[in-house]
Ligand binder design. Structure first.
Ligand SMILES: [Mg+2]
Length: 400
């Protein structure tokens, strides 16, 4: 089997997602995905990865990964290069699964979570997927917003917690301190601002007691001193995790935050490969590791990161606040890895535009989600997706 065509699919209504298809001479099509900077992603794949992939055997995944990684080491290996490698890696695993007629989780060594993996809901609304950090919102039309969870936790987080529990979702993530970080450049938070940020936590505990696990997202905005102040103030509300109160770039200072709080520290999808995760572990800077398989090297690298966390007696969380292939790929890994703690989902996406674009319905039952069971990743872009007005297909390479 050989790769004979490489193309990207982009929907302008979802300006951050790039879908990647690897076509083979046997008729199998592998689907991958990554997130942010789609034009740069498309160019890098066309310029650098496509020549390495065309006319090669798509089943030699590990060898390809190492060649592509080593090939980009002279220009840094993190960010764009890893995101593009991730999209390709996921598509290659999809082909392997279809070729062997097995779901990816089976090929990894089977499922360790026959009941599915625990999920938590990141309380974003559908339009959140249309923004780009540092750039703001692109000119994409407003999406139908069935689950306006972002507005809901600003309005009454207790009511939102009840709505999630009614759907069988027992974990949620919010980021109420972000506005103060942006206003104060992350350098300080006043007692009054702190109290305002605590409001949704009070509402959740008043409404549902301890039924809901609540995670704080910090988006890496804070310096150490205010991060410590926030962590201390939250302790009475029993947060499940503190995620990225500070950037994980400096593991030694993150370790100082960890030493000063009893709440577990999660870090994070912002680290782009296992070498960065290794530095984090060496510094004793986290309690739980999160990774995004569509950013940090695909299923191949995600498995190694999870194995490192397992060796250090740490749980794994798999990130998805982005796209349906990211979630599917993460779920295959999540149900396989024995040390999976949780899978992140955004119900406004899984019950919204994911259903419009791909032919798999992500279902939550008793706060758990299963991986797709069809061969490969177990999902493909719907035929109707290609007839959408906002669909742009670009062929990057084709066998003559
Ligand atoms: Mg995060």
């Amino acid at each position: 089997m050989k790769i004979t065509q490489i193309r990207t699919i982009h929907f302008t209504n979802f300006p951050n997602i790039t879908f990647l298809e690897l076509h083979t001479d046997s008729g199998l099509v592998g689907l991958g995905e990554t997130y942010y900077t789609p034009r740069s992603v498309t160019t890098y794949i066309e310029e650098v990865l496509a020549p390495q992939l065309m006319n090669t055997d798509p089943l030699q995944i590990e060898g390809f990964w190492r060649r592509a990684y080593d090939g980009s080491h002279v220009y840094g290996n993190k960010g764009l290069e890893m995101r593009c490698l991730s999209a390709v890696d996921i598509a290659l695993w999809d082909i392997l699964g279809q070729h062997t007629n097995q779901p990816v989780w089976q090929l990894l060594g089977g499922s360790s979570h026959p009941d599915g993996v625990l999920v938590y809901n990141t309380c974003a609304s559908a339009g959140y997927a249309q923004g780009t950090p540092g750039v703001g919102r692109k000119n994409a039309p407003a999406l139908t917003q069935q689950y306006r969870d972002f507005e809901a936790w600003h309005d009454d987080a207790g009511k939102l917690a009840k709505s999630l529990l009614d759907m069988g979702i027992k974990g949620m993530k919010i980021w109420p301190f972000d506005p103060f970080a942006l206003a104060n450049r992350g350098q300080t938070i006043s007692w009054k601002e702190l109290d305002e940020g605590l409001r949704p936590w009070k509402q959740i505990r008043d409404a549902v007691g301890l039924e809901m696990d609540v995670i704080l997202e910090g988006h890496g905005y804070w310096a150490l001193q205010p991060a410590r102040r926030i962590a201390e103030a939250l302790e009475p509300y029993k947060p499940a995790l503190l995620e990225d109160l500070m950037k994980p770039d400096n593991p030694r200072t993150l370790a100082k935050l960890r030493e000063s709080t009893r709440t577990p520290i999660c870090a994070s999808e912002l680290l782009m490969n296992r070498y960065a995760i290794e530095e984090l572990m060496q510094a004793n800077a986290c309690d739980v590791v999160m990774t995004d398989v569509a950013w940090s090297g695909g299923i191949t690298e995600g498995r190694k990161i999870a194995n490192m966390a397992e060796t250090a007696n740490m749980g794994m969380i798999f990130h998805d606040c982005t796209g349906p292939v990211t979630l599917a790929a993460a779920l295959h890994l999540a149900v396989h890895c024995t040390n999976t703690w949780m899978q992140e989902i955004v119900r406004a996406y899984t019950l919204g535009y994911y259903r419009d674009l791909v032919d798999h319905d992500f279902v939550v039952e008793n706060s758990r989600m299963h991986a797709p069971t069809r061969p490969g990743l177990g999902l493909a872009l719907r035929e109707t997706a290609f007839t959408r007005e906002d669909c742009v297909v670009q062929v990057l390479a084709e066998a003559s």
